[in-house]
Design a protein around this ligand. Sequence first.
Ligand SMILES: Nc1ncnc2c1ncn2[C@@H]1O[C@H](COP(=O)(O)OP(=O)(O)OP(=O)(O)O)[C@@H](O)[C@H]1O
Length: 536
Amino acid sequence: MATPRTMMELWTTLGSTIASFMFVWAIIRQFFPVELRRYLGSYTHRLVDYFYPYIQITIHEFTGSHLKHSEAYSSVEAYLSTNSSKIAKRLKAEVGKDSSKLLLSMDEHERVTDEFNGVQVWWLSSKVVSLSRAMSYYPEPERRYYRLKFHKKHRDMITETYLEHVLNKGKEIKRQNKQRRLYTNNSSSSIKYSSRRQTLWSHIVFEHPATFETLAMEPDKKQEITEDLLTFSKSKDYYARIGKAWKRGYLLHGPPGTGKSTLIAAMANFLSYDIYDLELTAVKDNTELRMLLIGTTSKSIIVIEDIDCSLELTGQRKKIEEKPLDSNKGKKEAGKEPKDEGGSKVTLSGLLNFIDGLWSSSGGERIIVFTTNYVEKLDPALTRRGRMDKHVEMSYCNFEGFKVLAKNYLEVEAHPTFDLIQKLMKEALITPADVAENLMPKTATENADVCLSNLIRALNEAKDLKKNEPAKVEAMSTDTEKEPVKVEVMLLDQPKDITGSTEGTSKGGSMLLDPIKDPVKVDEMLPDKQEAAAIL
Ligand SMILES: Nc1ncnc2c1ncn2[C@@H]1O[C@H](COP(=O)(O)OP(=O)(O)OP(=O)(O)O)[C@@H](O)[C@H]1O
């Protein structure tokens, strides 16, 4: 017990000696001439620096003579918010800029410890209050700062690696906390008459709840997409090394209601990216397209929906490339109102240039997503790999997909009706949108049992519809000039004998037809003669 007491006494004595010395020194130095005081001051600093083993770096809230908000400060603040909310005892809560979330950060004069590669560092939060602040007519804002302290032997590691890590992590956290935005392009006509300050894009807050967990899709496919997105988002150095624009093209194709838009929302939420919904029909020409694309920010998904309707990309590339496109036509056919009456002169080559990285000069990563209900109609120039790196087929709902939706909509993971639903799903084609519609309770009294029986009814109807479908014909060859056409006939509910006999087969079959010799037979076989002509 004697040693601690001696130590205590030693510290107490040392403390009071230093305090007395400081006090005496403060009195004496007043009588020293200014020059001498400065001289002594500089020596004191040097002496302290010599023995003091730590280095301090200060990051101020405002920088420059115009007191601009420092990006480094806000990044450090975001970085420390994750640490300090767990460690610090005094926190402050603020609603962040562009965010609806309450963000916690360490309060003034609070200290937290951080560790990086086994090295300990200390962060202090503090502020400078100007003395003239209270008296001044235009009080200066408080200037907050963070101070980082570390041992001088780690100088290189901290200044080269740790600070970069803090800034990158902080930026990432800021982006995740930021409200996501959904941008749409303004039609050319509205830009013409608008004030100069109006931009080409308008935005709203993007709050789509879709995630990969709530998406009805085969688990393997989900994993493949999420891995692809993650790899892409971390490949900055790779793209820089190979000298390519940091972009990735996705083509989502499948019937309406299979979740193409939902997948885009899930991708945006997964990566915390903004979405630019590019309505090509509202774009006047290639120059405007270029301006729009240059106006997009990095870490965004640029979406061109129903590309088959936006541009007539069904013909030969050459013809289309030269021809200005009346894109309104396609949209009207799709039952959508075009935004711009004048029609768009965006060409396929303009679009291809853009996909090939026209905007690469603006830096940062972008994902471009095209969606279509008719992938076979698109020009191969648009869909070839390299432009569209990933083709994702969105298909009808299967039992796995149904289970995801049942969990989302009804919070049901097992039910006596599941076996029947599984059987029916093999026999009927139903989109995830239709499944979702049936599973959604319409009134407060509709429980899971009611919703599931609604779905069973819908599945039975879809099954009957499929049975009653007219004969489906598949042409195996299209060369009608020389070869006979092999036609596969699938006769389901109502057998229809193509040879005129009333005895048909419900199983279907195939036969060789010569379109020159047997035109009538081929015609008869199809309910729609035009369809026959198209196939042959
Ligand atoms: N795979 C899916 N997973 C979860 N929900 C889905 C899925 N597919 C469709 N839905 C539901 O159906 C609705 C319509 O789907 P969505 O708009 O994503 O389909 P789409 O394929 O983009 O259709 P369109 O081609 O008509 O634009 C969505 O709001 C969602 O609720």
